[in-house]
Design a protein around this ligand. Structure first.
Ligand SMILES: [Zn+2]
Length: 345
């Protein structure tokens, strides 16, 4: 660093100006080449094979911020569809920001017209152009930026929603009024999230039990709610009465109608039945800690907690049974990868 600074400090003004321009050009060229490599990595499914999504690979492995990773991924995909974008990025006629704003509006038919209109334009000018064409912006990057920590355990959300959401929030506030006359938006959304998660997330009620240590069956390090949300929930238990609308876990002896007589497992359902009872699904979720269970050959476990599917390790079509040791959680990406591997054997 010191050597580089000393070297640069000895340049003349003209040399410094020329070098800076050359470095900017190199940066653009490197970026364009990076996008082509990124696109090829994705095409070969190398991110999935390594146990990542493209997004987690760029953020966790390569150290990009969420917004920067998003822009690169959409640009890499757009370049594959519209190769002219590569030349425009190489020449500095469009930026990654511009590509991330317009990519979802590009078609085979309009690409030349749209790209000629955004060439050399600033972000604000592109925004104005899109507004004049009545085009909505892809707001993913906005969503990433809409959640900020304001204290260690406090987060500020910011998003734009349909007016119907406001009506629903106001109605919920009225309904909660007799129990919580001073309920604010945080209380209402906390109640809504508790209701939703207790209905749809098998780990949620296990986490609730962790508030009462004797009943805890989930290892603490596996608890997805152990941080701010978990603390907030614990506080809510202390300060607010339990809602009468709380949803209980699904019935533990749920069976598929008409299957009772074939049973040979504890749930009363045949292991060769494709139907997986809710109790067994919950056990799979607990076993895999609510997270994709794919592990790469290098030992990296996929971090995906969304879009999870229950997968038969030995496929059902090949005689695999619906038992706990033959079931696992996989994200859609790794479910697809495993299916491709298995069926190409
Ligand atoms: Zn996965």
């Amino acid at each position: 660093m010191e050597f580089e600074m000393k070297k640069v400090s000895q340049l003349t003004n003209e040399q410094l100006t020329v070098e800076l321009a050359l470095l900017r050009q190199d940066e653009r060229h490197t970026q364009a080449r990076f996008l082509v490599h990124l696109s090829e990595m994705e095409e070969r499914k190398l991110f999935a094979i390594e146990g990542y999504s493209a997004f987690t690979y760029l953020t966790r492995k390569l150290g990009y911020s969420e917004g920067s990773a998003y822009k690169r991924i959409v640009a890499a995909r757009a370049i594959r569809r519209f190769p002219k974008l590569y030349t425009l990025l190489w020449d500095g006629k469009v930026t990654l920001t511009t590509v991330s704003m317009i990519h979802c509006h590009l078609t085979e038919e309009n690409q030349h017209q749209v790209l000629s209109q955004v060439e050399g334009k600033s972000r604000l000018a592109v925004e104005k152009l899109m507004a004049s064409l009545n085009l909505t912006q892809n707001n993913f990057s906005g969503e990433v930026a809409s959640c900020h920590y304001v204290k260690e355990d406090r987060v500020r959300f910011k998003f734009t929603a349909d007016a119907k959401l406001l009506e629903m929030v106001q109605r919920a506030r009225e309904l909660l009024g007799h129990q919580y006359p001073h309920a604010n938006f945080e209380d209402i959304f906390t109640k809504a999230m508790e209701f939703f998660l207790s209905k749809h997330d098998p780990l949620f009620n296990e986490q609730k039990k962790c508030i009462e240590p004797k009943k805890c069956t989930v290892p603490k390090q596996c608890d997805p709610y152990e941080s701010a949300a978990g603390k907030q929930q614990a506080q809510n238990h202390e300060t607010m009465e339990h809602s009468k609308a709380r949803v209980e876990m699904p019935k533990s002896h749920e069976t598929e109608p008409g299957k009772q007589n074939q049973s040979n497992n504890s749930s009363g359902v045949s292991n060769r039945s494709r139907y997986i009872p809710q109790r067994l699904k919950n056990e799979v979720w607990k076993k895999d800690q609510g997270r994709c269970s794919y592990v790469s050959t290098a030992g990296h476990r996929c971090e995906e907690r969304g879009f999870l599917q229950i997968d038969h390790i030995e496929p059902w079509a090949f005689g695999g049974s619906s038992t706990l040791d033959n079931l696992r959680l996989l994200c859609f990406r790794h479910n697809q990868l495993m299916a491709e591997r298995y069926f190409s054997k």
